[in-house]
Design a protein around this ligand. Sequence first.
Ligand SMILES: [Zn+2]
Length: 395
Amino acid sequence: MLDVPLSFDFATVRKIVFGWGRRGELSRYLPTLGRKCLVVVGSRTLLQSGMANEILGLIREGDCAIADVAEIHREPLVSDVDELAKRWRWAANSEKAVIVALGGGSAIDLAKAVSARLGHPEGDSIRDYLEGVGRGLRLGRPCIPVVVLPTTAGTGTEATKNAVISNLDPPFKKSLRDDRLLPALAIVDPELAASTSRQVTAHSGMDAITQLVESYLTRRRAPIPAALAESALRLAIPDLHTLARDLTDRQAREAMSYAALVSGICLANSGLGMAHGVAASLGVHQGVPHGLACAVMLLPTLEFNRVTESERLARLAERVLDLPAAMPAEQRVDRFLDAIADLLTALGIPRRLSELGVKAEDLPTIAAGSFGSSMSGNPRQASQNDVCSVLEAVL
Ligand SMILES: [Zn+2]
């Protein structure tokens, strides 16, 4: 029996090319989307490793011109989007323009936001279009096509319809959200993410797992994302364990790239929950990296949600951990939480907020900043006091 409503919308990337070594197919697909390439590259290591040059070579191989290359080495700010959109303004009037993003969430989100900005001359800044802080302007015209090649396995932004944009003064971290932000093509080559460090692998892997669990439990849950989340979690929990022991395990790298991609598809269609609500606030107010914040908040928020969601969580545990259906629901939930706790230990991830530099006096501000769109999907209604109590329990 399905415990999700059979009434839903489902939108995803136009084409996904997934597989080890398949980045070479960029030269085949790119010319169908555009001939003048604007490239966003996301980290110095990509430039140093020669990976960025390899991708630029593939673009040229596809008979496409490289019009410009931009670099981004931090989570994109409103000013980064506005400046790059100004630099690339000509592309708004070119039918041949296409943006190619190579990198983690920052590069891909910057590419999506610039594409949207170029399609919409209205307003002074991308801020005008951001949820909660802008003037409420809506995206209307089509954006320039975006091709993404993720180099980390975690955020799933290669398959989402939002771009996370931050600001320093006033501090915020908000989403630009619209179906038009879905990339035209996602080339997910796990080999591109195979050399990420132990820490990045751990944090981004836990981000993907948190996204899969939260999109499964959210009040906007739907059948396609739920089925996909189960399949991806069955791989992600054991395979992230494998990577904790051996970063060179190819099969585990492939599994985590798959889990990350699926987590993006799921969150784009079902939303998230309290762990992501708090993670956004921890990022803004404490500078905690996104994946680490998700990893620390996953267990305490599941403890909060199990009060109303134990049946659904028990069902997930049964499917993901192959538990007998006859096992009492609370016991299945315990087994699932134990499996996550074991994984956090194997990855060396701290369990307490104080280990991330958070102090008791910071908690009210963190709680107050946790009520963005992610929190609105949390299955159990939560007040600011509830969030404060959840935070206090893991300080
Ligand atoms: Zn996330």
